[in-house]
Ligand binder design. Sequence first.
Ligand SMILES: [Zn+2]
Length: 195
Amino acid sequence: MPYPVVHVLFFLFCVGAAAIFAITKALSRKELNLKNSTELLLIAYIGSMCTLFPDLPAVYNLFTNGTLDHISVGSIPTHSILFSVTAVLFGTAIEYALYRKVNKALYMGVFAESAFLTHLLLDDIVEGGCPYLYPLYNGNISVFSIMDTGFADAGSLSHYLAISIATVFCVFIVIMMALFALNKFGFEFNYKVKK
Ligand SMILES: [Zn+2]
């Protein structure tokens, strides 16, 4: 499994690449002040923590059993969309406790969810699948292995295109969730038409 630092770096610098770019530009224009930086640090903290949530049982097991077993909490696999509720609650609760604004808290929940899901995607790449859909489907699913479906395996052009679009969309939606939430926290992603 990728180590925690890899998960955090993957989320912040790959999924959040557009935000890093925006921050760099703001720094170069000297537009960042202490208040803005504090909010940015909170966003980075919640994202970093939530991207580690699927491996939380590993920390518990390390201290109690001396193992790095990080598969489940009770019967619930932590590498599932169901368990991502914990990250959403974490992000939403912290944001609401600090700013008392329901909208911002909900946007932070979306951001936390995207951070959690990037952990699953990275584990999927490395380990070949996660039980994303528990309890609807208990087995591992690998978005990236399905991407590798060939023309012949798909059976028809329409089936091949459907598989390709669906699998890429899984990654796309996670990145868009992060960008959507960041946009609500002051990041602007604009296209300027050249005249
Ligand atoms: Zn993991």
